[in-house]
Design a protein around this ligand. Structure first.
Ligand code: DX5
Ligand code: ZN
Length: 234
Protein backbone atom coordinates (compact mmCIF):
# COMPACT_ATOMS: atom_id res chain seq x y z
CA UNK A 1 0.00 0.00 0.00
CA UNK A 2 1.39 3.39 -0.90
CA UNK A 3 2.00 6.01 1.72
CA UNK A 4 -0.14 9.15 1.46
CA UNK A 5 1.93 10.78 4.20
CA UNK A 6 4.87 11.18 1.86
CA UNK A 7 5.55 14.77 0.89
CA UNK A 8 5.67 14.07 -2.83
CA UNK A 9 3.50 11.55 -4.64
CA UNK A 10 3.90 10.24 -8.17
CA UNK A 11 0.68 9.26 -9.92
CA UNK A 12 1.28 7.42 -13.21
CA UNK A 13 -1.52 8.07 -15.70
CA UNK A 14 -2.56 4.71 -17.13
CA UNK A 15 -3.83 6.50 -20.22
CA UNK A 16 -0.40 5.78 -21.70
CA UNK A 17 -0.15 2.21 -20.42
CA UNK A 18 -0.62 -0.86 -22.61
CA UNK A 19 -4.36 -1.43 -22.18
CA UNK A 20 -4.09 -5.00 -23.45
CA UNK A 21 -2.13 -5.87 -20.31
CA UNK A 22 -3.41 -3.25 -17.91
CA UNK A 23 -3.31 -5.24 -14.67
CA UNK A 24 0.31 -6.15 -15.17
CA UNK A 25 1.24 -2.61 -16.20
CA UNK A 26 -0.29 -1.19 -13.03
CA UNK A 27 1.44 -3.81 -10.91
CA UNK A 28 4.80 -2.98 -12.50
CA UNK A 29 4.48 0.77 -12.23
CA UNK A 30 3.53 0.55 -8.55
CA UNK A 31 6.40 -1.86 -7.90
CA UNK A 32 8.73 0.82 -9.26
CA UNK A 33 7.83 3.04 -6.32
CA UNK A 34 4.93 5.14 -7.58
CA UNK A 35 2.04 6.07 -5.31
CA UNK A 36 -1.34 6.54 -6.94
CA UNK A 37 -2.88 5.07 -10.08
CA UNK A 38 -4.13 8.07 -12.07
CA UNK A 39 -7.25 6.96 -13.95
CA UNK A 40 -8.37 9.25 -16.80
CA UNK A 41 -12.06 9.03 -17.67
CA UNK A 42 -12.99 10.71 -20.97
CA UNK A 43 -16.45 10.74 -22.50
CA UNK A 44 -16.15 12.11 -26.06
CA UNK A 45 -18.36 14.98 -24.95
CA UNK A 46 -16.61 17.06 -22.31
CA UNK A 47 -13.31 16.15 -23.98
CA UNK A 48 -12.74 14.84 -27.52
CA UNK A 49 -11.61 11.36 -26.56
CA UNK A 50 -13.09 8.18 -25.10
CA UNK A 51 -11.32 6.03 -22.53
CA UNK A 52 -12.20 3.84 -19.58
CA UNK A 53 -15.00 3.69 -17.04
CA UNK A 54 -16.00 2.18 -13.70
CA UNK A 55 -15.83 -1.43 -14.93
CA UNK A 56 -12.11 -1.07 -15.57
CA UNK A 57 -11.61 0.44 -12.11
CA UNK A 58 -13.46 -2.49 -10.54
CA UNK A 59 -11.41 -4.90 -12.65
CA UNK A 60 -8.16 -3.41 -11.30
CA UNK A 61 -9.42 -3.88 -7.74
CA UNK A 62 -10.39 -7.47 -8.57
CA UNK A 63 -6.94 -8.03 -10.05
CA UNK A 64 -5.49 -7.12 -6.65
CA UNK A 65 -4.52 -3.46 -6.92
CA UNK A 66 -4.66 -2.00 -3.39
CA UNK A 67 -2.93 1.35 -4.07
CA UNK A 68 -5.07 4.48 -4.23
CA UNK A 69 -6.94 4.83 -7.53
CA UNK A 70 -7.09 8.51 -8.43
CA UNK A 71 -10.05 8.96 -10.76
CA UNK A 72 -9.92 12.08 -12.94
CA UNK A 73 -13.35 12.61 -14.46
CA UNK A 74 -13.36 14.46 -17.77
CA UNK A 75 -17.07 13.92 -18.28
CA UNK A 76 -20.29 15.89 -18.46
CA UNK A 77 -22.61 15.40 -16.65
CA UNK A 78 -20.54 14.39 -13.64
CA UNK A 79 -22.80 13.16 -10.86
CA UNK A 80 -24.02 9.80 -12.13
CA UNK A 81 -20.50 8.53 -12.66
CA UNK A 82 -19.47 9.61 -9.16
CA UNK A 83 -21.68 6.93 -7.63
CA UNK A 84 -20.45 4.34 -10.09
CA UNK A 85 -16.80 5.05 -9.28
CA UNK A 86 -17.44 4.96 -5.53
CA UNK A 87 -18.93 1.48 -6.08
CA UNK A 88 -16.03 0.50 -8.32
CA UNK A 89 -13.40 1.10 -5.64
CA UNK A 90 -12.07 4.58 -6.45
CA UNK A 91 -10.02 6.28 -3.74
CA UNK A 92 -10.02 9.86 -5.06
CA UNK A 93 -12.51 11.40 -7.44
CA UNK A 94 -11.74 14.73 -9.11
CA UNK A 95 -13.91 16.57 -11.63
CA UNK A 96 -13.95 19.81 -13.61
CA UNK A 97 -16.24 22.27 -11.78
CA UNK A 98 -17.67 23.80 -14.94
CA UNK A 99 -18.84 20.32 -16.02
CA UNK A 100 -21.04 19.95 -12.94
CA UNK A 101 -24.27 21.91 -12.43
CA UNK A 102 -23.62 21.98 -8.68
CA UNK A 103 -19.96 21.49 -7.78
CA UNK A 104 -20.56 21.82 -4.05
CA UNK A 105 -23.11 19.02 -4.18
CA UNK A 106 -20.80 16.84 -6.27
CA UNK A 107 -17.97 17.32 -3.77
CA UNK A 108 -20.30 16.35 -0.94
CA UNK A 109 -21.43 13.23 -2.79
CA UNK A 110 -17.82 12.12 -3.32
CA UNK A 111 -16.97 12.49 0.35
CA UNK A 112 -20.24 10.90 1.45
CA UNK A 113 -19.17 7.86 -0.55
CA UNK A 114 -15.95 7.63 1.44
CA UNK A 115 -13.66 9.00 -1.29
CA UNK A 116 -11.33 11.97 -1.32
CA UNK A 117 -12.73 14.84 -3.39
CA UNK A 118 -11.08 17.33 -5.69
CA UNK A 119 -11.58 19.98 -8.34
CA UNK A 120 -9.68 20.07 -11.63
CA UNK A 121 -8.77 23.34 -13.35
CA UNK A 122 -8.15 23.58 -17.07
CA UNK A 123 -5.46 26.04 -18.17
CA UNK A 124 -8.04 28.82 -18.67
CA UNK A 125 -10.29 27.96 -15.71
CA UNK A 126 -9.95 30.48 -12.86
CA UNK A 127 -8.93 29.23 -9.44
CA UNK A 128 -11.70 31.11 -7.66
CA UNK A 129 -13.96 28.09 -8.18
CA UNK A 130 -12.24 26.71 -5.10
CA UNK A 131 -12.79 29.69 -2.81
CA UNK A 132 -16.17 28.76 -1.38
CA UNK A 133 -15.60 25.01 -1.16
CA UNK A 134 -12.19 24.87 0.54
CA UNK A 135 -13.66 22.87 3.40
CA UNK A 136 -14.82 20.18 0.97
CA UNK A 137 -11.55 19.70 -0.90
CA UNK A 138 -8.95 17.01 -0.35
CA UNK A 139 -7.09 17.81 -3.55
CA UNK A 140 -6.80 20.39 -6.26
CA UNK A 141 -5.58 19.39 -9.71
CA UNK A 142 -4.18 21.91 -12.16
CA UNK A 143 -4.15 20.82 -15.78
CA UNK A 144 -0.91 21.83 -17.43
CA UNK A 145 -2.28 20.84 -20.87
CA UNK A 146 -5.80 20.96 -22.27
CA UNK A 147 -7.50 17.74 -21.24
CA UNK A 148 -8.16 14.91 -23.67
CA UNK A 149 -4.84 13.42 -24.67
CA UNK A 150 -1.56 12.21 -23.29
CA UNK A 151 1.77 13.29 -24.68
CA UNK A 152 1.16 17.04 -24.90
CA UNK A 153 3.59 19.79 -23.98
CA UNK A 154 3.53 21.39 -20.51
CA UNK A 155 2.03 24.92 -20.58
CA UNK A 156 4.56 27.13 -18.69
CA UNK A 157 1.90 29.53 -17.36
CA UNK A 158 0.84 26.66 -15.08
CA UNK A 159 3.84 27.47 -12.86
CA UNK A 160 2.34 30.84 -11.87
CA UNK A 161 -1.04 29.25 -11.37
CA UNK A 162 0.53 26.60 -9.12
CA UNK A 163 2.04 29.35 -6.97
CA UNK A 164 -1.35 31.02 -6.71
CA UNK A 165 -3.08 27.74 -5.82
CA UNK A 166 -0.40 26.95 -3.23
CA UNK A 167 -1.00 30.33 -1.60
CA UNK A 168 -4.73 29.71 -1.39
CA UNK A 169 -4.13 26.30 0.17
CA UNK A 170 -1.64 27.65 2.71
CA UNK A 171 -3.98 30.53 3.58
CA UNK A 172 -6.78 28.03 4.24
CA UNK A 173 -4.59 26.09 6.69
CA UNK A 174 -6.07 22.90 5.30
CA UNK A 175 -4.46 19.67 4.28
CA UNK A 176 -5.14 19.79 0.52
CA UNK A 177 -2.91 18.14 -2.05
CA UNK A 178 -1.86 20.18 -5.08
CA UNK A 179 -1.63 17.98 -8.14
CA UNK A 180 -0.39 18.77 -11.63
CA UNK A 181 -1.32 16.85 -14.78
CA UNK A 182 0.01 17.07 -18.33
CA UNK A 183 3.45 17.19 -19.91
CA UNK A 184 5.17 16.36 -16.63
CA UNK A 185 8.50 14.52 -16.79
CA UNK A 186 12.02 14.32 -15.44
CA UNK A 187 12.97 17.52 -17.29
CA UNK A 188 10.48 19.80 -15.51
CA UNK A 189 9.68 18.10 -12.18
CA UNK A 190 12.02 20.32 -10.19
CA UNK A 191 10.52 23.61 -11.36
CA UNK A 192 7.01 22.24 -10.87
CA UNK A 193 7.83 21.16 -7.30
CA UNK A 194 9.39 24.54 -6.67
CA UNK A 195 6.16 26.23 -7.80
CA UNK A 196 4.28 24.32 -5.10
CA UNK A 197 2.93 21.06 -6.51
CA UNK A 198 3.20 17.95 -4.33
CA UNK A 199 1.51 15.32 -6.48
CA UNK A 200 2.68 14.64 -10.02
CA UNK A 201 0.70 12.91 -12.73
CA UNK A 202 2.82 11.54 -15.54
CA UNK A 203 1.62 9.35 -18.38
CA UNK A 204 3.79 9.26 -21.47
CA UNK A 205 6.94 10.17 -19.51
CA UNK A 206 6.62 6.95 -17.50
CA UNK A 207 4.86 4.48 -19.78
CA UNK A 208 6.73 5.62 -22.87
CA UNK A 209 10.06 5.05 -21.19
CA UNK A 210 10.43 1.28 -21.39
CA UNK A 211 9.94 -1.93 -23.34
CA UNK A 212 6.79 -3.81 -22.34
CA UNK A 213 8.76 -7.05 -22.06
CA UNK A 214 11.25 -5.73 -19.49
CA UNK A 215 10.19 -7.01 -16.02
CA UNK A 216 11.68 -3.91 -14.34
CA UNK A 217 10.43 -1.65 -17.08
CA UNK A 218 9.62 1.46 -15.01
CA UNK A 219 12.30 1.32 -12.33
CA UNK A 220 14.83 3.65 -13.92
CA UNK A 221 12.39 6.36 -14.99
CA UNK A 222 10.72 6.45 -11.56
CA UNK A 223 14.14 6.56 -9.90
CA UNK A 224 15.12 9.50 -12.12
CA UNK A 225 11.91 11.30 -11.14
CA UNK A 226 12.52 10.71 -7.41
CA UNK A 227 16.04 12.08 -7.79
CA UNK A 228 14.61 15.33 -9.18
CA UNK A 229 12.31 15.64 -6.17
CA UNK A 230 14.88 14.68 -3.54
CA UNK A 231 16.28 18.22 -3.01
CA UNK A 232 12.78 19.45 -2.12
CA UNK A 233 11.94 16.61 0.27
CA UNK A 234 13.31 18.46 3.31
C1 DX5 B 1 -4.95 14.45 -20.09
C2 DX5 B 1 -4.92 13.55 -18.89
C3 DX5 B 1 -3.57 13.24 -18.37
C4 DX5 B 1 -2.66 12.56 -19.35
C5 DX5 B 1 -1.29 13.05 -19.05
O1 DX5 B 1 -6.25 14.86 -20.31
O2 DX5 B 1 -5.66 14.11 -17.82
O3 DX5 B 1 -3.64 12.52 -17.14
O4 DX5 B 1 -2.66 11.18 -19.27
O5 DX5 B 1 -0.44 12.53 -20.00
P1 DX5 B 1 1.03 13.05 -20.19
O6 DX5 B 1 1.74 12.82 -18.89
O7 DX5 B 1 1.55 12.19 -21.29
O8 DX5 B 1 0.95 14.49 -20.53
ZN1 ZN C 1 -5.54 13.14 -15.79
Amino acid sequence: MSNNNKKYLIAPSILSADFARLGEEVEKVLASGTDWVHFDVMDNHYVPNLTIGPMVCAALRKYGVTAPIDVHLMVKPVDRLVGDFIEAGATNITFHPEASEHPDRTLQAIRAGGCQAGLVFNPATPLNWMDHVMDKLDLVLLMSVNPGFGGQKFIPQTLNKLREARQKIEASGRNIRLQVDGGVGVHNLAEIAEAGADTFVAGSAIFGAAQATDPHRYDSIVKAMREQLAPFEK
